[in-house]
Design a protein around this ligand. Sequence first.
Ligand code: PMP
Length: 401
Amino acid sequence: GSVFSHVVRAPEDPILGVTVAYNKDPSPVKLNLGVGAYRTEEGKPLVLNVVKKAERLLINDSSRVKEYLPIVGLADFNKLSAKLIFGADSPAIKENRVTTVQCLSGSGSLRVAGEFLAHHYHQCVIYIPQPTWGNHPKVFTLAGLSVKTYRYYDPTTRGLNFQGLLEDLGSAPSGAIVLLHACAHNPTGVDPTIEQWEHIRKLMRSKALLPFFDSAYQGFASGSLDADAQPVRLFVADGGECLVAQSYAKNLGLYGERVGALSIVLRSADVASRVESQLKTVIRPMYSSPPIHGASIVATILKDRNLFQEWTVELKAMADRIIRMRQQLFEALRARGTPGDWTHILKQIGMFTFTGLNSEQVAFMTKEYHVYMTSDGRISMAGLNTKMVPLLADAIHAAVM
Ligand code: PMP
């Protein structure tokens, strides 16, 4: 017998497991709205033109080699990533108070930050929104932090529970880490307004809570990279410290290339350089150094004015298509006279709609209509297209009748 014969089967990941089930479904007409990956109007994965161009430039550059990157990754990529999120004229960058390290997409950035905080920060409690991306509690718990939640979503309004959020952060222990979705909150699609962000900032600074932004959707919420970075920039502008985990999975469509960055904004250049030295001690025994290809693509695009401009156009087109899907789904439900108020489909922001459908309704839609989504009723609007809107609307209509 195997020395591992006692090993029990682990459950599928609740999000990635949706795709596993979808792939097994033999039905010719089926729809996967589980995983947050952009699809074209034809239902196909999209490689951005600007990414193809950058890859051609890289291939034709004979000076490029496959040597190891430094532990912290590609220097240009790190500098340009910080500029992208904090703004080109950010005083924190000019004053060298930011350390940025290339990590394995958003997830890897969260994990490296979690390990660093668990070893070097005085408070091991991290508050995450309720609900949040399902991987957050696992990443932070395994990193050695103690996870608590703050109220975020109000199921009755399908909007922000702002009062609950303020109360929970207001009673958090001084110094606690607070995870904030920079924009396009996953899974709810509900973001604070800029006035609410300002309120949150004041409260957090008054209690010395440590802001940790997860920025997985910059540009995907509004279609503008700068507009979506506003909440982060608001916190950096007060001169205080914060962390930001950036992902290029969605906004450049680089999902499988695993490109992301962790930036930590500090009070002084001296602290920043010591913090960076410790980030290296986290990374080295974990995966030694990050991969070179995806970061080179990003750096090529970010440093070239024309490629950058092209990216913003392609990004806006993706964001706009998602917004059109919101309108089409809303109209289709209205045309069917589906009971209930569905205006949240229009109001929510970013890749996902938190439909309000419960797990029985979701199971029904999957069984009867071959429509796949996570059991919390979250649908990826980026996986929808005009042809499939009627199927989804029929499924929702039948599920709530
Ligand atoms: N944070 C949030 C909120 C996300 O939705 C995602 C992607 N689903 C990530 C982080 C990380 O994604 P990745 O590791 O692919 O960049």
